[in-house]
Every structure is written in structure tokens, then in C-alpha cells.
Design a binder for this molecule. Structure first.
Ligand SMILES: Cc1ncc(COP(=O)(O)O)c(C=O)c1O
Length: 410
């Protein structure tokens, strides 16, 4: 997929950027110009003052809510609640929902943004927790989720798309199990929003956590929750209270959406950028983006397997989203990623990617992997250049001993 937006790089020679699962880069031109436009020409706080700039800021925020609701299959834009990122959103969804004595089910493919809040709640005896296993490719068996349900199971939290190997979980099937039993179903959508088609209503998701800076091509510091139209949002208690610009005569937190969960000034410049990012994804078509990234991952896997001695992937499947984890022989993952960056200008991530449980599932713990996450801007030529670089790096692997693997950092 060719895109002129890529030409916005202003350095001497553009890097090859394969670290999109951490944060997408480059950003579309429209994302930059919308954020600039807000900062240059609007700048005001939405919902706080009646002047025309404040009204314009409010319009930007509302437009972003509408775009996000529509992209994710929810009718009411007010069900989109903004926060800072997916971690912030997941903390609100999880800690706001569970109550003392609840049992919660999650999976062995979760990011620490889910596992750590849950483990905190388990450690202070608020909840009991079941972590459902994944198979060696990272897939969760729906049956195992069903079997783990107890009479006090209140909540299921599942990562939609793995940030380690791109495996896509059977969200709709799990959603049905939860809906039939009146269990709140929270989905971590950090790696699915903008990467694969998502419909909250059809998949029977109750609360979907999104982030702005990955597949939605916004900037950092944006994210939030989307509540299903039918979900009783009052089951979730806000973790923050404070100024909302609404019902200022009252000294208690408003109980309506989105204000109930949006105390304090929003990142309006970031939300302007996010809105442009969502429009960009819609223009390209999320199905096309997904296909392009899957093709890049598939092409990389085939070519590197043929060319690079010792190349090994972890839970790779052509049906996964465009994220791939690999190692080369006994070379340490930090050495591979370091060489890629320093000698070839190729950006990747190495280590455990904030998801130790996933690596236990994929049998890549504790060393972790080198990870490529593709974006709409990546090309097959970039993959060709990268395979060549990995071939050169792999030649070193032949002289490395097994001890090298101990030198890695995470
Ligand atoms: C699956 C998953 N969940 C949650 C997060 C946290 O996202 P954020 O950085 O927006 O807080 C990430 C980020 O890498 C992720 O990959």
C-alpha cells in the first residue's frame, strides 16, 4: 500500500519503523495538522466556558466521540469516555467494576495493563482470579472460559489481539457466554482498534478499552472506554472525581455519561489528532489495513524462514493481526534489535513486551522475542531490506554460544 503521507519524514534517511505495536509512526499528515490546528487556532477548554473557542473545542471532542462510536458499532456517542491511554482505561474498567468477593476470569495472553490491576485486587483480597491457559500459539479455548465460571464470577477480561504475536481471540463467542450469564465482559482493544474490524454490539462486549496512539494513528495521551449501548454503566464506579464543567452547583460527581468518568481537562489536541486518525483509518478501510499488515507479516515470515539461518517464530499464523515475534539461533534478542537499530536503522522491540504470561504460553519466556508490528505505511521493500539485514546479523549467530542468551535486557 503506497501512501504519500509517508513523505512527511524530515530526517536524512527515513528509518524502517516496525515498532507500531508499541506506538504507530509515522502519523498521517492530517493527524499532525488537526492537532496543530487545535493548538494554533482553538486552544480552549471544552464544556467549561461559553465562548466560541470553547464551543469549537467541544465540537472537536463530540466529533471524535461520534467517529469512535461509529467505528466500533455503538449508537450513542456519549458512551465513549476519554482517558489517557489503554492502561488508564483498563484500570478504570477493572477496578471500577469489580466488588469485594467477586471472581474474575482472564487469560494467559494478557498485557500487564490487565494482569497487574487484577493481581493488585487479588492481593488485597478484593477478588479471586482465574487465569485461563492459552495453547502454544496463544489461542484461548472458549470452553475453558466457560468451565471456569463460578457462581460469583462477575467479570471476564480478555485481550482481543496479542501484542506479542497478533493472535486474535474468539471475542464474540466469549461475549455470548458472558451475556447469557449476565457477566460483565471487558475487552482490551489496545491492539485491535484500527487493526482489525471490531463491533462491540455484535461481539456482545460490555466495555471496550481503546488507545489512541497505535492502530488509530492518534498521538500519545489519548484512549478510553466505550460502553455498549445496553450496558448499565452505573455498575462502574469512577476512580477519579472532580471538575467536569457540568452541574457545577453540585458537590457530588455527576452520574451521567461521559462526565461521570471524565473529571479534569481533556487532552483536546490529542483528541483532535485521534479524530483525524480514525478518519484516516476509515478512508483506508480497516479491512484493507488488516490485510496489508497480515500480508507483510506473512511475507516476512516466509522470506526470513528461507533466508535467515536459525530464524524461528513464536505462534505465527497468517490469520493473526500483523504482529510477529521471532528469534535467530542463540543470538540474544537485545543484540538483534540493537544491531537492527544501530547498523540498519530498523526499529523493533525486544524482550517481553509487558506481557510475561504470553511468553510463558508461547514458550519464549524468559528471553522474550524480537517483535515487529506492521502499519499501513510499511512496504514489502522494507521487509526485503530487513531480511537482508537479519541474514547479515545471523552470520554472527554461528559463532555465538548458548551463553549469549543470558545477556539480554528487557
Ligand atoms: C494488548 C495491550 N494492552 C494494553 C496496552 C497498553 O496501552 P497504552 O500504552 O495505551 O496504555 C498495550 C500497549 O502496548 C497493549 O499492547
Amino acid at each position: 500500500m503506497k501512501n504519500s503521507d509517508k513523505n512527511i519524514w524530515q530526517g536524512e534517511s527515513p528509518p524502517i519503523y516496525f515498532d507500531n505495536a508499541a506506538t504507530s509512526f509515522p502519523k498521517p499528515e492530517s493527524v499532525i495538522s488537526e492537532q496543530n490546528n487545535y493548538l494554533l487556532n482553538i486552544g480552549a477548554n471544552p464544556g467549561r466556558s461559553g465562548h466560541s473557542l470553547s464551543v469549537k473545542a467541544g465540537e472537536i471532542v463530540f466529533k471524535a466521540r461520534k467517529q469512535l462510536a461509529s467505528m466500533f458499532g455503538v449508537k450513542n456517542p456519549m458512551r465513549v469516555v476519554f482517558g489517557f491511554n489503554a492502561t488508564d482505561a483498563l484500570n478504570l474498567a477493572i477496578k471500577g467494576t469489580v466488588q469485594h468477593g467477586d471472581h474474575v476470569i482472564t487469560s494467559a495472553m494478557e498485557h500487564n495493563s490487565t494482569i497487574r490491576p487484577l493481581k493488585q485486587l487479588e492481593a488485597d483480597d478484593t477478588i479471586s482470579l482465574t487465569i485461563v491457559d492459552a495453547d502454544k500459539n496463544g489461542r484461548i479455548d472458549t470452553q475453558r472460559v466457560k468451565e471456569s465460571i463460578r457462581s460469583n464470577t462477575s467479570t471476564v477480561v480478555i485481550n482481543h489481539v496479542s501484542n506479542v504475536n497478533g493472535v486474535i481471540q474468539p471475542i464474540a463467542a466469549i461475549g455470548k457466554i458472558c451475556r447469557d450469564r449476565n457477566i460483565t465482559f471487558i475487552v482490551d482493544g489496545a491492539q485491535s482498534g484500527g487493526y482489525i474490524p471490531v463491533n462491540i454490539t455484535k461481539s456482545e462486549i460490555d466495555i471496550y478499552a481503546f488507545t489512541g496512539h497505535k492502530g488509530l494513528y492518534g498521538t500519545q495521551g489519548t484512549g478510553g472506554l466505550i460502553f455498549a449501548d445496553t450496558f448499565d454503566y452505573k455498575k462502574v464506579k469512577p476512580l477519579r472525581a472532580g471538575g467536569t464543567g457540568s452541574r457545577s452547583s453540585e458537590i457530588v460527581q455527576p452520574d451521567f455519561l461521559p462526565d461521570m468518568f471524565e473529571s479534569g481537562t481533556l487532552n483536546v489536541g490529542g483528541i483532535a489528532a485521534l479524530c483525524a486518525g480514525v478518519e484516516f483509518v476509515n478512508e483506508k478501510g480497516v479491512e484493507n489495513i488488516c490485510k496489508h499488515e497480515q500480508q507483510l507479516a506473512g511475507y516476512f515470515q516466509t522470506k526470513a524462514s528461507e533466508t535467515v539461518p536459525g530464524f524461528k517464530t513464536f505462534g505465527f499464523d497468517k490469520q493473526n493481526a500483523g504482529i510477529i515475534s521471532f528469534r535467530i539461533g542463540y543470538l540474544s534478542v537485545s543484540e538483534i534489535a540493537g544491531e537492527l537499530s544501530d547498523r540498519y536503522g530498523i526499529m523493533s522491540r525486544h524482550g517481553l513486551h509487558c506481557s510475561p504470561l504470553s511468553h510463558k504460553s508461547l514458550d519464549s519466556f524468559p528471553e522474550g522475542t524480537v517483535r515487529f508490528g506492521f502499519s499501513v505505511f510499511n512496504t514489502f521493500e522494507e521487509v526485503d531490506d530487513t531480511v537482508e539485514a537479519l541474514y547479515e546479523i545471523s552470520k554472527k549467530a554461528k559463532v555465538k554460544s548458548k551463553e549469549t542468551i543470558n545477556h539480554i535486557t528487557h
